[in-house]
Design a protein around this ligand. Structure first.
Ligand SMILES: NC(=O)c1ccc[n+]([C@@H]2O[C@H](COP(=O)([O-])OP(=O)(O)OC[C@H]3O[C@@H](n4cnc5c(N)ncnc54)[C@H](OP(=O)(O)O)[C@@H]3O)[C@@H](O)[C@H]2O)c1
Length: 188
């Protein structure tokens, strides 16, 4: 049995997944992990078998880590796939670089996830996946802030998508929402 393709996001209450200039400041200098109950965060990470990450998300994470070591503290150590047209400098042998068709990239990363989930990270990458009907579940950590401006949850070109609510959980200072995507192309 294979895992699911999950779009995993944290989001301000007014629908931004990052602030202006790709800032990931959710308030009080707190990282995502500080808003979510540790057990919930660990359980979601444990259900994850691989990650498919867009290059800008990667670069934002690398800068955060350089500015403040430990600020990107997702407890995941499995296969990591990076979608980019540019090699990493320096190269990272733990990361597989992919480029080209988004369907092929998702298939490759999903196979590596085994019976666990594939997490999709990055607004542009997520939009490509949504456009192709590749996302099966959406998991959102709603954080207690109104950012007012920034990167919207949904990028232009993402089609209307009907969702089935799966769960809504208060987790420390975050609310974790899960939805199943109706008519994802993987599900026939
Ligand atoms: N709140 C959250 O949970 C969360 C999670 C993730 C990201 N974010 C935020 O979202 C923003 C990043 O999203 P984004 O939309 O700007 O970028 P993104 O999706 O992270 O990355 C887009 C880049 O990935 C590369 N790429 C995408 N598809 C490709 C393909 N099929 N083949 C080869 N390369 C491909 C291209 O980079 P090159 O051509 O330059 O190589 C493209 O410009 C940041 O602000 C980040 O902080 C928030």
């Amino acid at each position: 049995m294979r895992g699911k393709v999950v779009l995993n996001r944290c989001m301000s209450l007014d629908g931004f997944i990052a602030g202006p200039g790709h800032s990931m400041d959710w308030g009080g200098g707190r990282a995502l992990a500080d808003f979510v109950a540790p057990d919930d965060f660990a359980a979601i990470a444990a259900a994850t078998g691989a990650m498919l990450v867009g290059r800008r998300t990667w670069d934002v994470g690398a800068k955060m880590e350089a500015d403040e070591p430990g600020s990107v503290d997702y407890p995941f150590t499995g296969p990591m796939f990076l979608l980019t047209h540019r090699p990493l400098d320096p190269p990272d042998p733990a990361v597989t670089i992919l480029a080209g068709d988004i369907g092929d990239a998702v298939s490759t990363a999903l196979a590596a996830a085994g019976d666990k989930n594939l997490e999709i990270l990055g607004a542009d990458v997520a939009a490509q996946c949504m456009q192709r009907g590749l996302v099966e579940e959406i998991l959102v950590y709603v954080l207690p802030v109104l950012l007012g401006d920034g990167i919207h949850f949904s990028a232009p070109g993402v089609p209307r998508t009907d969702l089935e609510p799966l769960s809504s959980t208060r987790s420390r200072d975050a609310t974790i929402l899960r939805f199943r995507v109706r008519r994802a192309s993987w599900i026939s």
